[in-house]
Design a protein around this ligand. Structure first.
Ligand SMILES: *Cc1c(COP(=O)(O)O)cnc(C)c1O
Length: 457
């Protein structure tokens, strides 16, 4: 399990991936004349129709290559809309404090001025502050950017009020759709008040995104904004109509669209809804099972969360000095990739299991987290100091564990087999912990020189 919160690391099924290798998809030049890509266009159009039905938006552009590029394209559309109404002065973009870092960055790139909105103690958008700032900037208000469910992992019940306040002041609502995995089949951003959203096909719609790409960050827009979608870079269109292209090719990373098309086609409407329900259920299962051991930072009114949960490590750090890094590294000994660290709140871990993990895998993760909590208790009660603990010395690579010179206060089996693996393969990390920041501060080139190659041959 790779439980990275906000990243939606879900199963990339083989059957979804197979068509990407077919030369009918993989060997088409992005600038091939349209009369030679009629088949491709059927898939592209059909995917647009499907995404439009899922989101409730009336038009889709598949051009942006990432969620962040979708944000940029969406804000340019909003800006072009205001300009076409003679409202050149609408340049203020309201963004809640909990936002993903790409939101304010995109607003700046689109030439807007960011005005932050505070969140209340429970992590929700502070409606009073929002109303105040919206009134104060009424005449210059371009947009708000919100994420739903929020990056705090909660379905904010005031979302329609938030949208209404902005609309009343003539602004547009950008709903960051990166958390669409909690909405597909249950609700549609285009119906509860959004004017534009990006989707991350490399999150919600199964395109693999380990190591950074390639991605697809299409945007959906309401009717008003449809004329302002990015234009085809190969076709001249008058600049008054649109914002120009945001990428070098009209359909962005077209060659990986079959993955998302296959996912939607194979799941069907009821399968997609079920996936969303199971994703929310799995996250709540983890939150419930971990809540006696860790503080769950934010929950909604009824004590539930959306599709991801944030556990707060700061109180434990205060008690005994344990860091989020220690937990992240120790999870490697149990065979898990770490959750997201310190986003959206520093000193926390954000866990998103998605619908892809089996109950057995969720239980294995919960068991690991509870075991780690016991190790933290051992530091609290003085069994060993944090420096001597298996937490700070994690991960334990094979070389260290089999070494004849074992100096730790805990046993080798605690180091490498902290829980009974019940016959499963043990994952051995290739290397122990290094000073995290050292590498960032001291760059070194590891490229071998040409003479090294000569000696080898
Ligand atoms: C991932 C993410 C983005 C940015 O998407 P990229 O494809 O990485 O550019 C924006 N907002 C949220 C909430 C995200 O999780």
């Amino acid at each position: 399990m790779i439980p990275l919160g906000s990243c939606t690391m879900k199963l990339n099924a083989t059957s979804e991936m197979i068509p990407v290798g077919w030369e009918e998809f993989s060997n088409i030049h992005p600038y091939a004349p349209y009369d030679q890509t009629a088949g491709y266009k059927i898939l592209i159009n059909d995917l647009e129709v499907k995404l439009s039905k899922i989101t409730g938006y009336s038009a889709i552009s598949l051009q942006p290559n990432a969620g962040s590029q979708g944000e940029y394209a969406g804000l340019l559309a909003i800006d072009a809309f205001h300009r076409s109404n003679g409202d050149q002065q609408r340049k203020i973009c309201l963004i809640p404090e909990s936002a993903h870092g790409t939101n304010p960055a995109s607003a700046q790139m689109a030439g807007m001025k960011v005005v932050p909105i505070s969140c209340d103690k429970k992590g929700n958008i502070d409606l009073e502050d929002l109303s105040e700032k919206a009134s104060q900037h009424s005449n210059e208000l371009a947009a708000i950017m919100i994420t739903y469910p929020s990056t705090h992992g909660v379905f904010e019940t005031t979302v329609t009020d938030v949208c209404k306040i902005i609309h009343d002041h003539g602004g547009k609502v950008y709903i960051d759709g990166a958390n669409l995995n909690a909405m597909v089949g249950l609700c549609k951003p285009g119906e509860f008040g959004g004017d534009v959203s990006h989707l991350n096909l490399h999150k919600t719609f199964c395109i693999p995104h380990g190591g950074g790409g390639p991605g697809v960050g299409p945007i959906g827009v309401v009717k008003d904004l449809a004329p302002h979608l990015p234009s085809d870079p190969l076709k001249y269109e008058p600049p008054s109509k649109n914002v120009g292209p945001v990428s070098a090719t009209n359909f962005g990373s077209a060659s990986i669209l079959p993955i998302s098309w296959m996912y939607i086609q194979m799941m069907g409407a009821s399968g997609l809804r079920k996936a969303t329900q199971v994703a929310i259920l799995s996250a709540n299962y983890i939150a419930q099972k971990l809540s006696p051991h860790f503080k769950i930072l934010y929950t909604g009114k009824n004590g539930l969360i959306a599709h991801e949960c944030i556990i707060d490590i700061r109180p434990l750090k205060e008690l005994c000095g344990v860091e989020v890094d220690d937990i992240a590294k120790r999870l490697i000994d149990f065979g898990f990739h770490a959750p997201t660290m310190s986003f959206p709140v520093p000193g926390t871990l954000m866990i998103e299991p998605t619908e892809s993990e089996s109950l057995a895998e969720l239980d294995r993760f919960i068991e690991a987290m509870i075991c780690i909590r016991h190790e933290i208790t051992q530091v609290e009660d003085g069994t060993y100091s944090i420096e001597e603990s298996p937490l700070r010395n994690a991960p334990h690579c094979a070389e260290k564990v089999i070494s004849d010179d074992w100096q730790q206060k805990y046993s080798r089996s605690v180091a490498a087999y902290p829980v009974d693996l019940k016959g499963r393969n043990k994952y051995w990390p290739p290397i122990g912990r290094v000073d995290n920041v050292y590498g960032d501060k001291n760059l070194m080139c590891s490229c071998p020189s040409m003479s090294d190659y000569q000696e080898e041959s």
